[in-house]
Design a protein around this ligand. Structure first.
Ligand SMILES: NC(=O)c1ccc[n+]([C@@H]2O[C@H](COP(=O)([O-])OP(=O)(O)OC[C@H]3O[C@@H](n4cnc5c(N)ncnc54)[C@H](OP(=O)(O)O)[C@@H]3O)[C@@H](O)[C@H]2O)c1
Length: 158
């Protein structure tokens, strides 16, 4: 299954440039949820997000996409997002698309589910998750956490 995993606020804000890790908030509970969900799995992120995090996250296979190939033996570097998605779709293996905004936008037509941590309140930043209303996702489940609600959307499911 191909999943988008993202944390956003009520305005779909996801990123802030001048913060320590690129996020508009410091939310340990959501980082734990991200870790619990993606541990020992394959995650994919854009080069900008990889730079913002500054290192590969441990115990995960990390694919970083960039149009300009670069040397980093800690991760799998790929130059085509579409190619990676196609490979994982064909093999039936799980893939967690982990941002940022441009990667989310390009992936939306192809993913099976959205795992959205809806961080409470509004925050300051400049990068937003795209409007996904017209992509045919249906809200299947909401799991309440202390500082966010986990919203699970699946394509076309009732
Ligand atoms: N709240 C969350 O859950 C969350 C999660 C992740 C990220 N974020 C935030 O999102 C922001 C970054 O988003 P962003 O849109 O600026 O950058 P991004 O999506 O992380 O990365 C963009 C880069 O990815 C590469 N790329 C894009 N499309 C590609 C394709 N089709 N094939 C191959 N490579 C491709 C390009 O790298 P090159 O320029 O090297 O060619 C492009 O510059 C940061 O603030 C980050 O903290 C938030």
């Amino acid at each position: 299954m191909i999943s988008i995993i993202v944390a956003m606020d009520d305005n779909r804000l996801i990123g802030k440039k001048d913060s320590s890790n690129g996020m508009p908030w410091d939310n340990k509970e959501d980082l734990k949820h991200f870790k619990d969900t993606t541990i020992h799995q394959t995650i994919l992120m854009g080069y900008t997000t990889y730079q913002a995090i500054g290192r590969p996250l441990p115990h995960r296979h990390t694919i970083v996409v960039s149009f300009e190939p670069f040397e980093d033996e800690r991760v799998e570097v790929r130059t085509s997002l579409e190619e990676v998605i196609q490979e994982y779709k064909e093999s039936g293996k799980d893939l967690f698309i982990s941002g940022g905004a441009s990667i989310y936008k390009q992936s939306l037509p192809f993913v099976d589910q959205l795992l959205i941590s809806k961080i409470k309140g509004t925050h300051v930043g400049e990068t937003y998750f795209p409007d996904f209303e017209d992509y045919g996702f249906v809200l299947k489940e909401v799991k309440p956490f202390e500082t966010f609600d986990l919203e699970i959307y699946q394509r076309g499911a009732q």
